[in-house]
Ligand binder design. Structure first.
Ligand code: SIN
Length: 545
């Protein structure tokens, strides 16, 4: 559905993965809600989530055990209050999802739970084997439809910037790709639920929409972000020339898959007592070590000892995707290596999704409640989207004033002449300097290069991003037709990726220790004075508290 030039809604939700949908369901029972998706409605990280959703619901489990595992994986940096909310309220929200029609896999009449890395119990629910996120979003879309006509979805609508009136966020400027025009949407409350940022790296398991838009948009509006240095690399992404970095779920290791190096030897027990089921950051670093030691570009995930019929039934999506690339998991080992997967940091929020800006809320991967600390426990992210999406929705309902009536005329940032080339160079640089293993020297070089690009951005007219962005806006979209000039969405994404990369680089340079997913070769140990969250805000200034 196309947007008219100025639209109003009671609430604006940007992003329609699990967090955005769950919030919309809450809001739609009372107000008029507009939900935006940059691409197709289904194109979110939630849709691709395979392994499942962790929740303490099995007979052998307890909320306290889920809490302890989450805190341990977070490497002494989780916000304990946020973890208590996540694991304590999680069971209720999962039961609600089941009532709304989500079909989790069952063993007989009981829910079937699998094991994943760093969990002390089998507590990961899954659906259709390895399509858990797809099943949950299906149920949430159905629930949103059942709520009535109050929730309106717009696909191919890229959020360009937030509309800020005084010190309050009161809407967003949106680029409608179908009409190739800028529109404004005014709302009493705005929720960022834009997902992650994996595509600032060369290799990522994320869908291509994950370019860190929400973090960059919030930064430009003046919001505080937190823990941006903590980027989780999933240990096992498919590594084949010409194939995307397709995720090979941790649940495969939960069901018995093992890792082998180039000499075909298992190696994980040399790195951690939980071997293949060690926390993700440890497995990813172990793989990098083995690759460096053997000079190989990848290691192998070996499932050949598992029953073929079991594999096809338990992991149909993964099995069939690998088959498309001529790999039969039942008979051949798969080449894998780590790829950027999840941002623990994001727009700083309290437990109700409130950001540092009035009227702006955030939930899901784009937000940072501190719940994941320095390293997210496997399969806690869908649960986070549900719990904190619902909480943000409730807070917006309780707090949002009537929507504003006037708004500034939307204007278009200058478009990049070669955003594709710019993105490519940026990703290579981020992977080299801010990847799994970092050093102060590399991070300083990265920050300098990013500052140069920010001053005269690669493939982007000077001054079109950062604090001066609003001053050099020009109308350009109106006359531009498809095929003329660079793709406009990609130019916006590049602008956002540049900011997000700077946020990561500056935060990573400031944290002079190794903790969770942030590993510094020049500071290889945890340091007590850094047992704090990092904050970064206007002017890229980092502080710890
Ligand atoms: C996976 O299935 O391995 C990914 C699940 C997650 O990221 O928590």
């Amino acid at each position: 559905m196309a947007l008219s030039p100025v639209t109003t809604a009671d609430f604006l939700v940007i992003g329609c993965g699990v967090a955005g949908l769950r919030a919309a369901v809450e809001l739609g029972s009372v107000g008029r809600v507009t939900v935006l998706a940059k691409d197709r409605l289904s194109e979110s990280a939630s849709e691709y989530a395979q392994g499942g959703v962790a929740v303490a619901l099995s007979d052998e489990d307890q909320v306290g055990l889920h809490r302890d595992d989450t805190l341990r994986a977070g490497d002494e940096l989780c916000s304990k209050q946020a973890v208590d909310v996540l694991v304590g309220e999680g069971p209720r929200y999962i039961q609600e999802l089941i009532q709304w029609g989500t079909q989790f896999d069952r063993a007989g009449s009981k829910l079937a739970f699998t094991r994943e890395g760093a969990h002390s119990r089998s507590r990961v629910l899954h659906a259709q084997g390895d399509s858990t996120g797809r099943e949950i979003t299906r149920a949430l879309f159905a629930r949103a439809a059942a709520v009535g006509e109050h929730i309106v979805f717009h696909s191919f609508a890229s959020t360009v910037d937030l509309v800020v009136d005084g010190d309050r966020v009161c809407g967003a400027v949106v680029y409608d790709e179908q009409e190739q025009a800028l529109k404004s949407i005014l709302a009493g409350g705005v929720l960022l639920a834009t997902g992650g940022l994996g595509h600032v790296y060369a290799d990522s398991t994320n869908p291509e929409v994950a370019t860190g838009d929400g973090a960059a948009i919030a930064y430009r509006a003046g919001a505080q972000l937190s823990d941006m240095e903590f980027v989780q690399f999933h240990p096992t992404a498919l590594y084949l020339k010409g194939a995307p970095r397709f995720l090979l779920s941790e649940a495969l290791r939960g069901e018995g898959a093992v890792l082998r190096n180039a000499d075909m030897a298992r190696f994980m027990s040399h790195y951690h007592s939980q071997a293949e089921l060690a926390p993700r950051d440890i497995v990813s670093r172990a793989i990098v070590s083995e690759m460096q030691r053997t000079g190989a570009e990848f290691v192998f995930l070996d499932l050949t000892h598992l029953d073929a019929e079991f594999l096809q039934k338990r992991f149909p999506r993964i099995y069939n995707t690998c088959l498309q690339y001529n790999i039969d998991l039942a008979t051949e080992m798969v080449p894998v290596r780590p790829a950027a997967h999840y941002a623990m940091g994001g727009v700083a929020t309290d437990l109700e999704g409130r950001t540092s800006l009035a009227g702006l809320y955030a939930a899901g991967e784009v937000a940072c409640t501190g719940v994941h600390g320095a390293n997210r426990l496997a399969s806690n992210s869908l649960l986070e989207g549900l719990v904190f999406g619902a909480r943000a929705g409730k807070a917006m309902l309780a707090e949002s004033p009537p929507r504003p009536r006037a708004c500034p005329e939307p204007r278009m940032p200058v478009c990049a002449p070669d955003p594709e080339g710019g993105c490519r160079q940026l990703r290579q640089l981020m992977s080299k300097h801010a990847g799994i293993i970092r050093s102060g020297k590399q991070l300083r070089e990265l920050a300098e290069q990013l500052a140069r690009w920010s001053a005269e951005p690669l493939g982007m007219a000077a001054g079109a991003h950062g604090a001066g962005a609003q001053k050099c806006l020009v109308h350009k979209a109106a006359g531009q037709r498809a095929g003329e000039g660079p793709p406009i969405r990609q130019a916006f994404e590049f602008r956002n990726m540049l900011i997000v990369s700077e946020l990561i680089a500056q935060s990573a340079a400031a944290r002079e220790e190794s903790r969770g997913a942030h590993y510094r070769s020049d500071f290889p140990f945890k340091v007590d004075r850094f047992q704090k969250h990092s904050y970064i805000g206007p002017g890229m200034k980092v502080s710890f508290r």
